[in-house]
Ligand binder design. Structure first.
Ligand SMILES: C[S@@+](CC[C@H](N)C(=O)[O-])C[C@H]1O[C@@H](n2cnc3c(N)ncnc32)[C@H](O)[C@@H]1O
Length: 281
């Protein structure tokens, strides 16, 4: 069918599938470069209960499970949930998937309406749940009741074009670019972590950006995240980084960098990943 004549629901289905295919190439690169090990080491917990926002193809989740964690992982993309389940099961882990979304569309836009989750959390398992914390109030209520979390991780959040172009909710929030999108999701994750973390628990956000070993750089990153945390009880404690020396994995999703609060231009020689850790007092 001519792409111009596809319905918003068809555009969404295609964008989800293309995104899942591309992300797995990027994730393979992140895994081969040791980035997931670095993230899990930086979080620094073992045998904890973790809420992950954004499962990708499950490689980040696999790293968490290998540390003895119980994981609840939320993703809006059913294609990513299916890929993650297959990966986790083939590595020998118990994984469940709960699909909850119903796509609705008019001539121009789509929306996804989610029913309340009914997964029961089991120690040592991974529970993969379709949802989107930004537009999914039933998820928030369920997460508050399901169990206490020792950490919330939001690693490398990003999305496909149909969310930026034709999603009713994100359009209403005036989200037009990857940068807007990341900020909206991360802000929501700060609020969610405030609700579901046990006392002493951590929020661990990993993003792409300029990285360098200087006080000015660290203050720039920390001050951007302190703004994000300012409506919550969370205390932004530290940031760490790893230089990746690249902005894109061949064939995968191009890495779009997030600037610090100063908005300084990027130094292309020092692009990498930055992890920001906050604590719930
Ligand atoms: C770039 S991938 C990163 C996945 C994984 N954390 C990793 O580091 O490999 C981002 C994932 O977040 C999911 N995602 C993006 N926005 C989301 C949202 N608002 N709610 C739930 N999942 C989301 C995407 O579908 C995708 O699977």
């Amino acid at each position: 069918m001519d792409s111009d004549r596809r319905t918003p629901g068809e555009v969404l289905a295609n964008a989800r599938s293309t995104y899942a295919d591309k992300w797995t190439v990027s994730a393979e690169w992140h895994e081969a470069e040791g980035h997931y090990k670095w993230m899990a080491d930086d979080l620094g917990l073992t045998d904890a209960t973790i809420l992950e926002i954004g499962v990708g193809d499950g490689r980040s989740t696999l790293e968490l499970l290998s540390r003895g964690h119980t994981v609840v992982s939320i993703d809006e993309n059913p294609e990513c949930l299916a890929a993650a389940k297959a990966r986790l099961e083939s590595a020998g882990y118990e994984a469940t998937v709960e699909l909850r979304g119903a796509v609705q569309e008019d001539d121009f836009q789509h929306a996804v309406v989610y029913r309340t989750p009914n997964t029961r959390v089991r120690t040592g398992w991974c529970h993969l749940i379709e949802g989107d914390p930004v537009v999914d109030p039933g998820l928030r209520g369920w997460l508050e009741r399901a169990c206490g979390f020792d950490a919330v991780v939001c690693w490398l959040i990003g999305t496909h074009n149909a969310r930026l172009g034709s999603n009713f909710h994100y359009h209403a929030k005036e989200v037009r670019s990857s940068g807007d999108y990341r900020l909206v999701v991360q802000n929501e994750v700060y609020e969610l972590a405030d609700l579901v973390l046990n006392r002493g628990g951590f929020l661990h956000v990993v993003d792409r950006g300029e990285v360098e070993d200087s006080e000015e750089y660290r203050n720039d990153v920390l001050s951007a995240h302190r703004d994000q945390a300012s409506t919550t009880k969370l205390v932004v404690e530290r940031c760490s980084h790893i230089v990746t020396g690249s902005v894109a994995a061949e064939g995968g999703k191009e890495m779009v960098m997030t600037p610090g609060s100063s908005g300084r231009p990027f130094l292309k020689s020092s692009l990498g990943l930055v992890a920001i850790t906050s604590r719930r007092p």
